[in-house]
Design a protein around this ligand. Structure first.
Ligand SMILES: C[S@@+](CC[C@H](N)C(=O)[O-])C[C@H]1O[C@@H](n2cnc3c(N)ncnc32)[C@H](O)[C@@H]1O
Length: 288
């Protein structure tokens, strides 16, 4: 796929859950056969080729060799490795491989009825302590599963920016908002480095199962901080990487320590981590 700036981006057409042995494998095979969203990677092959081509032209494709994403000394370096997890993009940030983006072909997975019991979204929404009139940004909003819940909580005088890099996701989201007559949501087509939000305008940024997919996590964190009001909060919800029982592919989970390490280079301070959700960390930061 390409994002709004035409950047090539590898996407995963299948959801990021891990099939359990045997029964799970069988289910996965049947799922792949029957499901219209094939496990394809639109643009994936060419994206990988592009990375490898750039690396070999610059002579820096050797495993572990660093490529700086910004001005010298301004950011931790990204690394590219030829041998990597098939669910990743071969690009590493502070020791973690970045996961492939979940493609819009898997949007049904985001709306699965079991999600309510597996995730208990009400517990997250309660933990956010939102106020009527807040401006909230749902980054990587997908089909809008959380956007519509946030919109209800901030009320008619509040606003929710729903940002995603896949126009197809935003189309699903806006259709759903129209169907439910929700009017305080603004859909924004972001890029892999820029959520395209007005500066110092947002009270709370929410990212549910998104950050681990950012192609440019350093640049995104900086841009998101710029969009936060002074004292505004940034909240990451990630499947617990420390817990092997959480049935999600490893690259689609994150440990709390890794999240804090990565966000530690942004102008943010860690506030607290809540473990009220059954499978996910809720990690709260505040803009310095
Ligand atoms: C696993 S889905 C989660 C969707 C939604 N947050 C939910 O929980 O239902 C991840 C979403 O993040 C989006 N995404 C990935 N990188 C992004 C970026 N840099 N900016 C905005 N959205 C991004 C993907 O397009 C995808 O829709």
């Amino acid at each position: 796929m390409t994002d709004a700036q035409g950047n090539l981006r590898r996407t995963l057409g299948t959801p990021p859950f891990v099939a359990v042995p045997l029964a799970g494998l069988l289910f996965f095979k049947v799922f792949c056969k029957l499901c219209p969203m094939k496990p394809q990677n639109p643009g994936g092959g060419s994206s990988q080729l592009l990375v490898l081509l750039i690396c070999s032209l610059t002579g820096s494709a050797a495993s572990g060799q660093a490529i700086s994403p910004g001005p010298a000394g301004a950011a931790p370096p990204y690394e590219f490795h030829r041998d990597h997890d098939p669910d990743g993009i071969g690009k590493f940030y502070l020791g973690r491989e970045i996961a492939q983006v979940m493609g819009h072909q898997a949007a049904d997975w985001l709306e699965r009825p079991e999600r309510e019991a597996e995730e208990k979204p009400g517990l997250l929404l309660e933990a956010l302590k939102l106020k009527v009139g807040y401006v909230v940004a749902d980054i990587g909003a997908g089909s809008g599963y959380y956007t519509r819940r946030l919109a209800k909580l901030v009320g008619q005088n509040g606003l929710v920016y729903a940002v995603d890099i896949q126009p197809e996701m935003l189309e699903l989201l806006t259709n759903k908002m129209a169907e439910l007559n929700i009017r305080n949501v603004r859909a924004v087509l972001g890029t892999i480095t820029d959520p395209r939000l007005p500066a110092s305008s947002v009270d709370l940024i929410l990212m549910v199962d998104v950050y681990h997919e950012f192609d440019h996590p350093y640049e995104m964190a900086q841009a998101l901080c710029a969009a936060l009001k002074p004292g505004g909060r940034m909240v990451l919800v990630e499947f617990r990487g420390e817990d092997p029982k959480v049935p999600i592919k490893p690259l689609h989970k994150m440990s709390q320590a890794q999240v804090r390490k990565e966000l530690g280079v942004a102008p943010l301070e860690w506030v607290e981590t809540s473990e009220v959700m059954p499978r996910q960390h809720i990690i709260f930061f505040r803009k310095n």
